[in-house]
Design a protein around this ligand. Structure first.
Ligand code: PGA
Length: 255
């Protein structure tokens, strides 16, 4: 295990929160707090907030991401946003396959794979979310499920494209619930993800992929979580809506 070959990435996932003016204000508040980060700092924001967020983050170390991407170049896909649109808006990262998309919006392992390919082919960094439900965990399927979701998401992704892949292990039972996986559970889950990448691309390639933990990561538990060998930062929901809390997590990942 060589954590030193990977850069930690702390990414906020704002979900359906903040208007454009609120986004601007929050980023202005965050900028001085995270400027000395020794990890990559990303904020994934609602589509409508992207122009304001990109403008507010200009000249800082904050990178802006989207929360989804469509896999077709253009056409009759009401309500969707294409890679070219996101590129022109200044987006660098894209979240794909979040469990809320899988649960509420019919996202499947196949569409997650198509969105991943669209994002990587357009040169974005893809933050792909995988994670088991409580029922799957209790039935003993965590490893099988995480490996399956990881491999499905990466179907037809080249080894060269892996450099732009980040996987976020987010146990569904820990998202927005205040229940965090223990640091050991997070490390184990992330290890299953890395093992799946190793099975598909070899151990060296897998060692270079950033694997985040997500699910009620906060200012109090971040230190312990990111100290684990397989935890290369986090995907942060609720705590990314508070500038100070988010900056504490960024500092934890910068040690
Ligand atoms: P949470 O969300 O930090 O609010 O649990 C994490 C996520 O859904 O990415």
């Amino acid at each position: 295990m060589n954590k030193a070959v990977r850069k930690a990435v702390i990414a906020g996932n704002w979900k359906m929160n903040k208007t454009p003016s609120e986004a601007k204000a929050l980023i202005e508040e965050m900028k001085p707090l995270v400027k000395d980060a020794d990890c990559d700092v990303v904020l994934c924001v609602p589509f409508i907030d992207i122009p304001a967020a990109v403008e507010a983050a200009k000249g800082s170390n904050i990178h802006i991401g989207a929360e989804n991407i469509h896999y077709k170049e253009s056409g009759a896909y009401t309500g969707e946003v294409s890679a070219a649109m996101l590129k022109e808006a200044g987006v660098e990262y894209v979240v794909i396959g979040h469990s809320e998309r899988r649960t509420y919006f019919g996202e499947t392992d196949q569409t997650v794979n198509l969105r991943t390919l669209a994002a990587l082919n357009a040169g974005f960094k893809a933050i792909i979310c995988v994670g088991e439900t409580l029922e799957q965990r209790e039935l003993g399927y965590t490893e099988t499920l995480l490996k399956y979701q990881t491999k499905m998401a990466l179907t037809n992704v080249t080894e060269d494209q892996l450099k732009n892949v980040i996987i976020a292990y987010e146990p569904v039972w820990a998202i927005g619930t205040g229940v965090t996986a223990s640091a050991d559970q997070a490390d184990e889950g992330n290890g299953f993800v890395r093992a799946a990448i190793a099975e598909a691309y070899g151990k060296d390639a897998a060692e270079r992929v950033t694997v985040q933990y997500g699910g009620s990561m906060n200012a109090k538990n971040a230190d312990e979580l990111v100290s684990k060998v397989n935890v290369d930062g986090g995907l942060i929901g609720g705590a990314s809506l508070k500038a100070v809390d988010f900056s504490v997590i960024v500092k934890a990942a910068s040690k």
